[in-house]
Design a protein around this ligand. Structure first.
Ligand code: SF4
Length: 603
């Protein structure tokens, strides 16, 4: 048995601009009943009772504003919140546990923020009764016999203290313009400021004013501020964004410490290597972005992340993706590295007043994707700009007869128009290339963005547009600086797969800088490793094999990785564990046999 839901996305439905095709073409309307109407001449209203699920309105809506979906009948009793008629609904609520870190992972627009607001007591769930008055009493009664009842009883009684690290850290300087030190002193209810500042390497940041901080500093200040509050539940919404691998490790250490002190912690995160490392349990939110989200059961981290990669939840018998994400395997029929050298450079130097970069000579063959790893502020972007001809080296030469398409790290859009107009102006017919459509435009749901103005896009939406605009180019080298930033976990997989497939199918090359090691693992054939003193000097190796490169990089980070026996994905070994010590003794920081996982201790 199924129940039908109809969702009209408010910001997409433009009834004044379209010809009201949905109303005209709906067969129920044609037969004289009012299935789709336009009350108040604003947005379409669809009767879920009258709708027969033919899907015609979805096809005729020029703005992709309508979703008609069939959900299982049993889910009806799991509905936690619905914002209004024909709007987003959340089924089930995440679980938090004392002394444990629970990870929450899923697409953007799938209900993670709604779930966090409910857990924090900022939103009283209405159980789907969006016209009635939602009360904690009613919700607590609904939770009778369930694990989270006590949590919400304490919320209702005002006894549960919650500390939230918000996702949008870039908004913090609007609320606090003074020095970082003053902010952290004000938040320091636990009297742990010195310890937290040390762990997150924020000493140099204390005397800077918030509006002057880099993205990475702002993120760590936000994590520090949230962790200094004295709370029972700590919610960290995307704590790894903007940070490099070293900084992500420091954040993990801090979050684990909070849980180990007996507090409940929930982390929303898209970097699954980080999620795997920091959490005890994982919950997946799946569904349809903008339409509905379902919170899965609680899984041990390894099982949950493997299910996420599989796209299948065996315990719930739910498939939420039609393919599994794989690691370390080339798809059959894909071309591999060719003999043809598409880019070559001598040893390169670049000097600024206070920073110096030196890169060893190298070349990139056709069909190769060169991953670039290293801490922030070591000159990775400068290297990419030199390769792309955007910056001139101080010494050495880049022999790139080849054309380079460059996607910068920081995205801004001065284009005054819609996404559709942007693609028509910059790409023309390249936008409709079937390879681009199949690999990026359709899976990234770019069609939903076409009517939006470029200046109004979020960071993740702008990232998708920039990746499509780069990968559509007829070029020899695709240079992408942090393509995973701001993307959700599913879109990261899509982009990594698309870059790999498109570059190999076209026999071109790509250089990809990223801090998400799972993305780097999926996308790269070879690696360039950066080291040095951040902000002062950086050094880059020649292109290494992926094994050599990862080994070199992880040795510097001080972590060892093994491969998961089921998915082949790289997993961090628990520091100090037998496997960690054995691998370090052998100098094998990466790529041990997947079979060893079976005897590995849980981490
Ligand atoms: Fe009408 Fe429902 Fe068909 Fe849409 S899916 S056209 S609302 S019957």
């Amino acid at each position: 048995m199924v129940h039908r839901i109809a969702v009209v996305e408010e910001d997409l439905c433009q009834s004044k601009k379209c010809g009201l095709e949905c109303i005209k073409e709906c067969p129920v309307n044609i037969n004289g009943q009012e299935c789709i109407t336009l009350p108040g001449s604003k947005i379409a209203l669809i009767s879920e009772e009258l709708c027969i699920g033919c899907g015609i309105c979805i096809k005729v809506c020029p703005f992709d504003a309508i979703d008609i979906l069939n959900l299982s009948e049993e889910l009806k009793s799991d509905k936690i919140h619905q914002y209004g008629v024909n709007s987003f609904r959340l089924f089930r609520i995440p679980t938090v546990r004392k002394g444990q870190v629970v990870g929450l992972v899923g697409r953007n627009g799938i209900g993670k923020s709604t779930a966090l607001k409910i857990l924090a007591g900022q939103l009283v769930p209405n159980l789907g009764d969006y016209e009635g008055t939602a009360t904690w009493d009613r919700f607590i009664q609904y939770l009778s016999g369930r694990e989270m009842k006590e949590h919400f009883e304490r919320i209702a009684d005002g006894e549960l203290r919650v500390s939230l690290k918000p996702q949008a850290v870039y908004k913090l300087p609007e609320a606090w313009t003074k020095e970082t030190r003053l902010l952290l002193q004000q938040m320091d209810e636990r009297k742990k400021m010195d310890e937290v500042v040390e762990t997150l390497n924020l000493k140099e940041t204390l005397d800077k004013k918030l509006p002057d901080l880099s993205g990475g500093e702002l993120q760590r200040v936000a994590v520090a501020a949230a962790s200094l509050k004295d709370a029972d539940l700590y919610l960290f919404d995307e704590p790894s964004s903007y940070n490099d691998v070293f900084q992500r490790l420091a954040v993990s250490k801090l979050i684990r410490g909070i849980a180990e002190s007996g507090k409940s912690v929930l982390v929303v995160e898209h970097d699954i290597a980080f999620l795997d490392y920091v959490t005890d349990y994982v919950q997946i939110i799946y569904g349809e972005p903008g339409a509905y989200g379902i919170v899965s059961g609680l899984y041990a981290s390894r099982t949950g992340i493997n299910s996420l990669l599989d796209g299948y939840l065996p315990q719930e018998n739910v498939r939420f993706r039609d393919h599994a994400v794989t690691f370390g395997q080339r798809a059959a029929g894909e071309t591999v590295e060719s003999e043809e050298v598409v880019a070559k450079y001598t040893a390169l130097g670049k000097s600024y007043k206070a920073f110096k970069l030196e890169a060893a000579a190298g070349e990139i063959n056709g069909g190769t994707i060169l991953g670039v790893v290293g801490a922030n502020a070591l000159g990775k972007t400068t290297f990419l700009k030199m390769l792309a001809g955007v910056e001139k080296p101080t010494s050495g030469t880049v022999h790139v007869d080849a054309k380079v398409a460059y996607k910068p790290q920081y995205l801004s859009s001065e284009f005054d128009g819609t996404v559709d107009e942007f693609f028509m102006t910059t790409l023309g017919s390249k936008y409709t290339d079937p390879v681009l459509q199949d690999n990026l435009v359709v899976p990234l749901r770019l069609e939903k963005l076409l009517a939006r103005r470029m200046g109004e896009l979020s960071g993740g939406e702008l990232q998708k547009v920039a990746i499509v605009a780069t990968m559509a180019q007829d070029t020899d080298v695709y240079a992408l600086d942090e393509p995973s930033a701001f993307l959700d976990v599913e879109d990261r997989f899509v982009v990594a797969r698309a870059i790999n497939r498109m570059v190999k199918a076209r026999g071109k090359a790509a250089v990809v800088i990223d801090h998400d090691l799972q993305v780097v693992d999926i996308v790269s054939d070879r690696l360039l490793v950066f080291s040095g003193d951040p902000g002062v000097s950086g050094e880059a190796t020649s292109p290494l094999t992926k094994e050599e490169g990862m080994n070199e990089f992880l040795r510097r980070v001080g972590l060892t990785y093994r491969r998961d026996v089921n998915t082949g994905r790289p997993r961090v070994n628990k520091p100090g564990s037998k496997l960690d010590r054995d691998q370090k003794d052998r100098g094998t920081y990466y790529y041990v046999s997947a079979q060893r996982e079976e005897s590995a201790p849980a981490d």
